[in-house]
Design a protein around this ligand. Structure first.
Ligand code: BGC
Length: 439
């Protein structure tokens, strides 16, 4: 791998780091923010979910804009939005201003979830594409951990501590923005825009020795200007099937319950009998396991392929989600085993679904509809993320203490097994193939 390729991947992956940071930083800031502005429960809900609304909007619009203005340009705008959100929330004089700037941060997260993986996959040579695109997920997970540590370190800085927590996001945002001035544009987008010479130069920089004329020729042949303009291209025969796969990938990612664990782990452990302090400690363990097994996915994805990785991981996830639910509902296992089951689930998630989702969304669509297809898949991910997060406290509230969590995890286990059959039947394998090859 060349230096240029690695720098380009790191630059775009910083969008993932900010994605993780922005979604997790609120965890530590919320209790202090609540005291500072004297928030009601409803206002607390609005403060947290404003970002998710932004994510949905960002995911929906980013694809199309990145076709028009280019991937790199949209990434630069997203970096600016992250910076604006950090400064705006950090200096917010009242909660409404805070919520407004969080919405802007959410738009940046949603946008990055589409354009960062897209850019990485379009600039990468086929043999490394899986591994390099997984670095986006690695960055998300690192961003989550970084936010937890930052929150933890800043707790003792007085009543304005939440302002420092929010402002700290400005540092990675500035690095993201600056690094985006050190990288080239996506060769696929350049060819589409008629800038073939620049595309040739970039391809030569990232994959020296490759047959550049053949690559350009393949890209050129695969681009049909008319369908890039038309929304109806998504519904054409062959394409629509891919759109449905994209929606399924986004939906089943959230129907594993991953974000219920990410957002509510402390509560779940407390209701299983752990003290608050040890519950927070377990959340950190989960964060580390998540990071470690994302590295495992990076090692495996280009060797064994996306489909095999996802299918194996899905069986593991379904099993441990089921065991966790049984343990929760029956008290036949001690609470430590409960933690063990959850850790095994995270290990399977991180080494399969968690990593594969962004790779699939960035590569299953042909050049004509790639950006819009990725937008729809990512929208599905954010929509179901919002829905599951919103419904979790409501559903668990319907049952006696703790029981509801058990039932919710029975549902996630079933959905995960169902996804196994759907992915087995419909998923296409792009391992080692160029983005132009037939699907
Ligand atoms: C999901 C995120 C989730 C993260 C946790 C990603 O693949 O898209 O919603 O928070 O994994 O590792």
């Amino acid at each position: 791998m060349t230096r240029r390729l690695i720098i380009a991947t790191i630059a775009a992956s910083l969008g993932g780091l900010l994605f993780g940071f922005e979604t997790a930083v609120i965890n530590g800031a919320l209790p202090f923010l609540t005291d500072f502005f004297v928030l009601t429960e409803a206002m607390k809900g609005a403060t947290v979910s404003a970002a998710l609304v932004g994510c949905i909007l960002g995911a929906l619009f980013a694809g199309r804009q990145s076709d028009k203005f280019g991937r790199r340009m949209v990434l630069r705008i997203l970096a600016l939005l992250f910076l604006i959100s950090a400064i705006g929330t950090g200096f917010a004089p009242d909660i409404y201003t805070f919520i407004g700037f969080r919405l802007i941060g959410g738009i940046a997260v949603g946008g990055a979830s589409v354009v960062s993986p897209l850019y990485i996959s379009e600039i990468s040579p086929a043999e490394y594409r899986g591994r390099l695109t997984v670095s986006f997920q690695l960055a998300i997970v690192s961003g989550i951990l970084l936010a937890f540590f930052t929150d933890f370190l800043l707790i003792g800085t007085g009543e304005n501590n939440w302002r420092f927590m929010m402002l700290s996001m400005a540092i990675p945002a500035i690095v993201f923005l600056l690094m985006l001035f050190m990288v080239g544009r996506s060769p696929r987008w350049l060819v589409k825009d008629g800038k073939t010479d620049e595309a040739k130069r970039i391809i030569n920089e990232v994959s020296p020795g490759a047959d550049i004329d053949k690559i350009i020729d393949d890209i050129q042949k695969s681009i049909d200007q008319e369908s890039i303009q038309k929304l109806s291209a998504l519904f054409e025969r062959g394409n629509f099937r891919l759109v449905l796969i994209g929606i399924a990938v986004g939906m089943f990612n959230q129907f594993t319950g991953i974000n219920i664990i990410m957002y509510y782990a402390t509560d779940i452990f407390r209701s299983a009998g752990f003290s608050t302090n040890s519950a927070i400690g377990q959340t950190v363990i989960i964060g580390f396991v998540n990071l470690l097994f994302t590295l495992v996915a990076m090692r495996l994805i280009d060797k064994i392929g996306r489909k095999k990785l996802l299918l194996t991981g899905t069986l593991g996830m379904g099993t441990f989600l089921g065991l966790f639910a049984v343990a929760y509902l029956s008290d036949i296992f001690g609470s430590w085993l409960l933690l063990g089951f959850l850790i095994c689930f995270i290990a399977f998630f991180a080494s399969s679904q968690g990593a594969v989702i962004w790779v699939l969304l960035a590569e299953i669509f042909p050049n004509n509809i790639r950006a819009r297809g990725a937008s729809i898949g990512s929208f599905s991910h954010w929509f179901f993320n919002g829905l599951t997060t919103f419904l979790f406290p409501i559903v668990t509230g319907l049952f006696a203490w703790g029981r509801g969590t058990g039932y919710v995890f029975v549902f996630y286990s079933l959905m995960t097994f169902i996804s196994y059959y759907i992915f087995k039947k419909y998923l296409i394998e792009m391992k080692g193939k160029t983005l132009e090859s037939t699907r």
